[in-house]
Structure formats: C-alpha cells, structure tokens
Design a protein around this ligand. Structure first.
Ligand code: HEM
Length: 282
C-alpha cells in the first residue's frame, strides 16, 4: 500500500472527510501535483541544519516548562506536553510565541480529536447539533483564529520561518498562494507538528512511571551530562533513544493509516475493488 504499489492508492474520501474541516487542503490530505508543490515549498523548514537549530528551542522551552515543578507535585502530563510541544512547534516553524494562546488550543484540539474518535460522527453530518459537533465547531473557530493571528504576524514581519516561506512562494505564473491555501498548510503543520509529539511523550512518561528500573537507567544516562544535552549529544543517548522507540512501538501516536484504492487490486492476498477504504494499523 505504501511502497510497492503505492500508485494505486490515494488518501481518499474518508481521510478528507475526517481532516478536511480542520486542515483543509494541507499536506496531510492533499495529493498529486498540489501535494508535490506544497511539499517542496515547506521542505526547507525541515532541512537537517534547521532541525538542529530547533533543538535549542526545544531545550529552552522544556527547561522553562519544568522550572516550577517540585518533587511530589502532581501534574497533568498530557496537558503539560500539549502546551510544551505547541509552543515549540510555533516558535520553531512560525517564529511566534504561543505561550498566551496555548491554553485555548489544548481544549480545542481535544474537541477535534474527540469527534474524530467517534465512529457515529464519522457518518453524521457536521450540521447535526450534537454536543460533540457543537464543541467541534467552536474548536475549529478557535484554531482558525490562532492560525489567522500567526499568518498576520508573519505577513507583517517576514522571516525565514515556514509560514513566511509559504507567503512568499510563487508559482510559474508569478502568483502567490491564496490565503486559504496558506491557512491550510499552517494549520496542518501546527496540528501534525504537536499532536504526535504530545502523545509520544505522554505515553513515554506513563510507561516510565510503570517501570522504575527503566526510569533509573534513563536517569543514569542523562546524569552523564553537565547541563541539558544538545543536538550533538544525540548519539550519546542510545538508551533514551530505545526508550522512546519502545514507547512508540507500544503506543504508536498515529496508530492507523487510511488510504483508498484507485483501481481494483490485491493486497495481502485479498482482492479489493476500486474506491475501497483501506485502514492499515502499524
Ligand atoms: C512522534 C512524532 C511524530 C509521529 C509519530 C508522526 C507520524 C506521522 C505519520 C504516520 C504520518 C503519515 C500519515 C499518512 O501518510 O497518512 C505523518 C505525516 C506528517 N507529519 Fe508527522 N509525525 C510526528 C511528528 C511530526 C512533527 C514534529 C511534524 C512537524 C513539525 C510533523 C508533520 C507532519 C506532516 C506535515 C505530515 C504530512 C506529510 C506529507 O503528506 O507530505 N509530524 N506523521
């Protein structure tokens, strides 16, 4: 589905229906020429040198987030990770400080996820005023407002962040992207860039809490540094790397992929008609 015969699969209608209202035609749900062009436009933001720079931002925000924590405190780990990863992705990719708005985005994201996890709502139109649909509608409005503020700030200030690059990008005819297209890509990066890392971190803390021996070995590896590790230290963190990989193996932040067949075909010995929805759980 993803490699040998990927030409026969597209993202498909169900994925568009699930993501469309939030991330619109952004990278996650777009296909073909639009996907290729947009992917090319945001790629410089993910160059390894740029990612290495983001490591400094990650360490800085993390140190600030935990500065007030005391031994014995009870913290809502999921909420804390959501705020932290959101601030990091906003600073790294958009060069904006989201610390004030992070508190609005968390509950809005929860509402979006709640609707996407309800099978009933996969099939129920969004205008049906169920409590979940109403919360969802308000959540999309909140997220739209946050993204609109980010775009406005980047339009005024410029820079070499992902949104500024998208705002400057021109096609062969010299046309810049529509406001809607910029909004869709920015929303995709904001959501894709923090929800998965939030889940990976939250499950990692949960598992470390259950396995104190693993936690102690991890701590020992980190105690070998004077101060916080930087990007150059990653090769010196093999145990940390294994902990994170094992956590994502047990609880994959993206636990299933969705695709749709184009032509009839065979997958894993099963005959599939054209237009069939395929869910593959990794
Ligand atoms: C633990 C962390 C992460 C996991 C497990 C993860 C997982 C995934 C998966 C499985 C896909 C493919 C979805 C599909 O093909 O249907 C994907 C796509 C994507 N992710 Fe992530 N992701 C993570 C972190 C991030 C971060 C930090 C960013 C941005 C800052 C990001 C941005 C994206 C984007 C833009 C796409 C769409 C790419 C495209 O279609 O060209 N992700 N991610």
């Amino acid at each position: 589905m993803l490699v040998g015969n990927n030409d026969n699969y597209r993202e498909g209608e169900l994925l568009q229906r699930l993501l469309g209202p939030v991330t619109g035609g952004g990278l996650l749900a777009s296909e073909g020429e639009r996907w290729r062009t947009q992917r090319h436009r945001v790629e410089p933001a993910f160059h390894p040198d740029r990612v290495a720079e983001y490591a400094g931002t990650m360490v800085e925000y993390t140190e600030r987030a935990i500065a007030d924590w005391e031994d014995g405190d009870v913290v809502d780990v999921h909420g804390e990770m959501m705020a932290l990863t959101l601030e990091i992705v906003a600073d790294a990719l958009f060069d904006v400080d989201l610390r004030r708005t992070a508190a609005d985005v968390g509950p809005a994201m929860d509402a979006v996820m709640a609707r996407s996890e309800s099978v009933l709502h996969d099939y129920l139109p969004r205008w049906v005023p169920t409590p979940l649909n109403r919360r969802y509608g308000r959540a999309v409005e909140t997220l739209d407002g946050v993204v609109a503020d980010i775009i406005e700030a980047r339009r005024d200030e410029g820079g070499d962040d992902a949104v500024s690059m998208l705002l400057r990008a021109e096609d062969e005819a010299g046309e810049t992207m529509s406001d809607e297209a910029v909004r869709d890509e920015a929303m995709t990066l904001l959501l894709a860039g923090h929800e998965m890392t939030t889940l990976a971190l939250t499950f990692t803390w949960h598992l470390l809490g259950r396995y104190p021996g693993v936690e102690a070995t991890l701590q020992e590896e980190l105690d070998g540094f004077d101060g916080p590790p930087g990007v150059a230290d990653i090769p010196k963190l093999p145990y940390t790397d294994r902990v994170i990989r094992e956590s994502m193996r047990l609880y994959p932040p993206v636990y299933a992929l969705l695709r749709e067949t184009i032509e009839p075909g065979v997958l894993g010995g099963y005959r599939l008609p054209g237009g069939a929805t395929v869910t593959a759980s990794q």
